[in-house]
Design a protein around this ligand. Structure first.
Ligand code: NAD
Length: 280
């Protein structure tokens, strides 16, 4: 696939646009308004230049020339694949998929980078449910290799096969196949693990440092669960836990009171300077 659309050029969308451009695709990013488009352009440019300084990209100008950023969804008409990466809001995504379905060529694939919204909710508002799936990248997109491919019950084999070929052969990522269930594979395992560490700390069982050292030194994790929670952002951990709890109603997914209080207090981890640890 050569002509790729990305809707939403925030943290994830700009990273997705970058990896597609680095793979030689013609990329069109559509943002909600001109200032957001300008910010998306600047984000992509900064990341590409930084990668070039580190020797990861040889011809940054050529990569940047592959990306256009605009504000008009109609310009996506000729795209073979459109990846949606707008805010994590079901109404906004449903509205966008209904619009994209009318604009983009009927044989194109429409994908969502959603972390928690059922793919089926997006598929049923289109006339092409067999060509809708989740393509879930990980942050930072240019660095992390994994992509979760999430076909819904109505996604065709062909759509999944083409999408896998795109992310693996063109983008050089590694895909895993997941069911259309909250959390897919990674978050469904990672979030209860983090929540267990928070409960352990909350009960006075061990300090954050000892919990994290335990997992780093005893299980060869690159960082402990509480340091990882601070990196992800405690508001995001809470939101993903709530969507898992909403789907499965299992106590292991319920956000513990300490997490709720920390989020209320604005102690969100690295991004606010304080979470389970403090940061300069
Ligand atoms: P973000 O807030 O950084 O970016 C969202 C962007 O979408 C903003 O730039 C906003 O202007 C734009 N936007 C909003 N509505 C739009 C519309 N109708 N049309 C065009 N643009 C619109 O958010 P993000 O962290 O990049 O997350 C985007 C998606 O990726 C979400 O679905 C999120 O769940 C998912 N995701 C996030 C992460 C992560 O670590 N942040 C990881 C995997 C998946």
């Amino acid at each position: 696939m050569e002509r790729i659309g990305v809707v939403g050029g925030g943290l994830m969308g700009s990273g997705i646009a970058e990896v597609c451009a680095r793979a030689g695709c013609d990329v069109l990013v559509v943002e909600s308004d001109a200032p957001a488009a300008e910010a998306a352009r600047a984000r992509i440019e900064k990341s590409v230049r930084r990668a070039a300084e580190r020797g990861k990209i040889l011809h940054p100008d050529d990569v940047l020339a592959q990306v256009r950023v605009g504000t008009d969804l109609d310009e996506l008409a000729d795209r073979e694949l459109v990846i949606e990466a707008i805010v994590e809001n079901e109404d906004a995504k449903v509205d966008l998929f209904a619009k994209l379905d009318k604009i983009v060529a009927p044989d194109a694939i429409l994908a969502s980078n959603t972390s928690s919204i059922p793919i089926m909710k997006l598929a049923v508002v289109t006339q092409r449910p067999q060509q809708i799936l989740g393509i879930h990248f990980f942050n930072p997109v240019p660095v992390l290799k994994l992509v979760e491919l999430v076909p819904s019950l109505m996604t065709s084999e062909e759509t999944t096969t083409r999408s896998r070929a795109f992310v693996e052969q063109q983008l050089g990522k590694q895909a895993i196949l997941c069911q259309d269930r909250a959390g897919f594979v990674v978050n469904a395992l990672l979030i209860p693990f983090i929540l267990s560490a928070i409960r352990m700390m909350e009960s006075g069982f061990a300090t954050p440092e000892d919990i994290d050292h335990g997992l780093v030194l005893g299980a060869a994790h690159p960082q402990g669960p509480l340091a990882l929670a601070d990196l992800i952002g405690l508001d995001t951990v809470k939101a993903v836990a709530e969507s898992l709890y909403e789907e499965f109603k299992e106590p292991l997914y319920a956000p513990p009171p300490l997490l709720l209080r920390m989020v209320s207090a604005g102690l969100l981890g690295r991004k606010t300077g304080r979470g389970f640890y403090t940061y300069d």
